[in-house]
Ligand binder design. Structure first.
Ligand SMILES: Cc1cc2nc3c(=O)[nH]c(=O)nc-3n(C[C@H](O)[C@H](O)[C@H](O)COP(=O)(O)OP(=O)(O)OC[C@H]3O[C@@H](n4cnc5c(N)ncnc54)[C@H](O)[C@@H]3O)c2cc1C
Ligand SMILES: NC(=O)c1ccc[n+]([C@@H]2O[C@H](COP(=O)([O-])OP(=O)(O)OC[C@H]3O[C@@H](n4cnc5c(N)ncnc54)[C@H](OP(=O)(O)O)[C@@H]3O)[C@@H](O)[C@H]2O)c1
Length: 477
């Protein structure tokens, strides 16, 4: 490896995991590692752009760290390029010493109950993508005029995001980067009650403390918890929860909510526990009309973990909207090993494993949600990416484990990518989109007004200012 013949690594996906992996690689003291990042959208940042709730702008400022990585002279961004569609794994293997898969977990998980397909029943993945302007979900039809009550299934932070977005006041949403199409629909919403349903108890909920506390500070919605239901769920001893600081604090917060007298806000968020949806029932016009729930008890597994077990007791809640926020799911990449059951790329500390032999596949690595499953906050991906990068660097040091590509030069792979995807978006193209969105936002006191259609993004990206080299070339006689 020399400055002329560096180690060349492709990172697939530009979310937190991809960017932390790129950042760690570029910090290698040899300074002889080049990173190309391929991203299926013209825009980077993964779920930081399309998942994190619009009313959490501070969290999104983590992109400043990724911008520093992107500014590294040995980093290139190729947006609007999908692995498995525009370019194959096999093609990349002939150009890079290693590939790092960082493609996240973009799909929803179904509940597998009758009525899930009814109008008014949505996956949180699509609702979140819709309000955040993800081009895949821009055209989602979400009817917030026909329903007064929405049920959100799940007790994780995504369930809290969904509930909050449904009850935030228009004046609170207006200064955010919520997609314009969603701002309009949310402002006209008639939803006045959101019921968040957990299949287990408050001690087992996956909420984090600040997010649960935030629910109690909503300007136009009361938070409601039935003390009897709360205590019934807490009566079951859970040794794990009792030693978990987050869980204990969650319980305290929820007990506080149960003691509260509603202020009389026009909207309410109700937290219910020990209930699982058993069917989504049609109402008027064949739309969702109600959610049938079965009451659960908690029983210990062989390993002592409490799980929900259905009883005979049922109840039905009238609701015109239901959102399942029960976790995300990874998708297989063509030619790359995939564990269908867990929805991840099988790996050992980030080294991708050959499913038949169980041995590491030379030059293939994985980071983030597609490595360990759809859980963990943004920061979790930093440590996780370090583990994988340590494995890459150890393999590099040992002189084995990486590939010997046929065409390891930067130009030939760029030519390949441009031939497969003529509408490739470079970092300069993204910067143009970024500038455009921010400029539109400035006019209305918002961080940005997002472009939500690929064609529009490509048009703006194509207006990118010429690079120094291009200017010099144009000036040459
Ligand atoms: C709704 C929601 C809200 C969240 N809010 C917060 C929060 O407020 N704070 C917090 O700390 N954490 C939050 N998280 C968690 C955080 O977003 C994740 O931990 C993190 O985004 C996972 O990073 P990742 O890089 O593995 O995946 P992602 O962020 O999903 O990035 C994957 C990237 O790969 C790209 N890609 C996929 N397939 C291909 C392909 N075939 N070819 C090329 N590119 C591809 C995708 O377009 C995407 O850009 C939230 C998660 C969700 C779902
Ligand atoms: N502000 C933030 O920091 C923020 C915001 C959003 C997301 N995130 C992070 O992103 C990650 C993903 O969040 P998430 O909310 O998608 O996942 P999550 O934290 O894993 O929560 C999923 C929830 O769905 C429940 N569930 C699963 N299957 C179910 C079923 N069949 N029926 C009923 N309930 C079911 C789970 O209950 P069981 O426990 O019983 O399985 C759990 O309560 C998390 O790490 C989260 O912290 C962070």
């Amino acid at each position: 490896m020399t400055p002329e013949t560096p180690i060349r690594i492709a990172v697939i996906g530009s979310g937190p995991a991809g960017f932390y992996a790129a950042g760690h690689l570029l910090k290698d003291p040899s300074g002889l590692i080049d990173v190309d990042m391929l991203e299926r959208l013209p825009t980077p940042w993964g779920l930081v752009r399309s998942g994190v709730a619009p009313d959490h702008p501070k969290i999104k400022s983590v992109t400043r760290v990724y911008e520093k990585t992107a500014a590294h002279p040995r980093f290139r961004f190729f947006g609007n390029v999908t692995l498995g569609e525009h370019v194959s794994r096999e093609e990349l293997l002939t150009h890079y010493h290693a590939i790092v898969y960082a493609t996240g977990s973009p799909l929803d998980r179904p509940l597998g109950i009758p009525g899930e397909e009814l109008h008014g029943s949505h996956a949180a993945t699509e609702f979140v993508g819709w309000y955040n302007g993800h081009p895949d979900h821009t055209d989602l039809e979400i009817d917030l005029l026909s329903a007064e009550r929405a049920v959100v299934i799940g007790n994780g932070n995504v369930a809290l995001d969904v509930a909050r977005m449904l009850v935030l006041a228009p004046k609170e949403l207006a200064p955010t980067d919520t997609a314009d199409h969603a701002l309009e629909v949310l402002a006209a919403s008639r939803v006045s009650e959101v019921v968040i349903v957990g299949r287990r108890g408050p001690a087992q909920a996956a909420f984090t403390n600040p997010e649960l506390l935030e629910l109690g500070e909503l300007s136009e919605a009361d938070v409601v918890v039935d003390p009897a239901e709360l205590e019934r769920a807490l009566a079951i001893h859970d040794a794990d929860a009792e030693t978990d600081i987050t869980s204990r604090r969650n319980v305290e917060i929820l007990r506080g909510y149960a003691e509260r007298e509603p202020v009389g806000h026009a909207k309410r968020v109700v937290l219910r526990f020990l209930l699982s949806p058993s069917a989504l029932l049609p109402g008027e016009g064949g739309r969702l009309g109600a959610v049938e729930l079965v009451r659960n008890e908690l029983v210990a597994d062989a390993d002592g973990r409490l799980r929900a077990k259905a009883t005979e007791e049922r109840e039905t809640i009238d609701a015109g909207l239901a959102f399942r926020a029960i976790g995300y799911r990874g998708v297989p990449l063509p030619g790359v090993p995939f564990d269908e059951r867990s929805g991840v790329i099988p790996n050992d500390g980030g080294r991708v494993l050959d499913p038949s032999s169980g041995a590491p596949l030379p030059g293939e690595y994985v980071v983030g949600w597609i490595k360990r499953g759809p859980s963990g906050v943004i920061g979790t991906n930093k440590k996780d990416a370090q583990e994988t990068v340590d494995a890459i660097l150890a393999d590099l040091d040992a002189g084995k484990g990486l590939l010997q590509p046929e065409s390891p030069d930067a130009e030939s792979v760029e030519a390949l990518l441009r031939s497969c995807q003529p509408d490739l978006v470079t970092y300069a193209g993204w910067s143009e989109i970024d500038r455009h969105e921010r400029a539109r936002g400035e006019a209305s006191g918002r961080p940005r007004v997002k472009l939500t259609q690929i064609e529009e993004m490509l048009r703006i990206a194509a207006s990118e200012s010429p690079s120094e080299d291009e200017l010099a070339e144009a000036k040459a006689p």
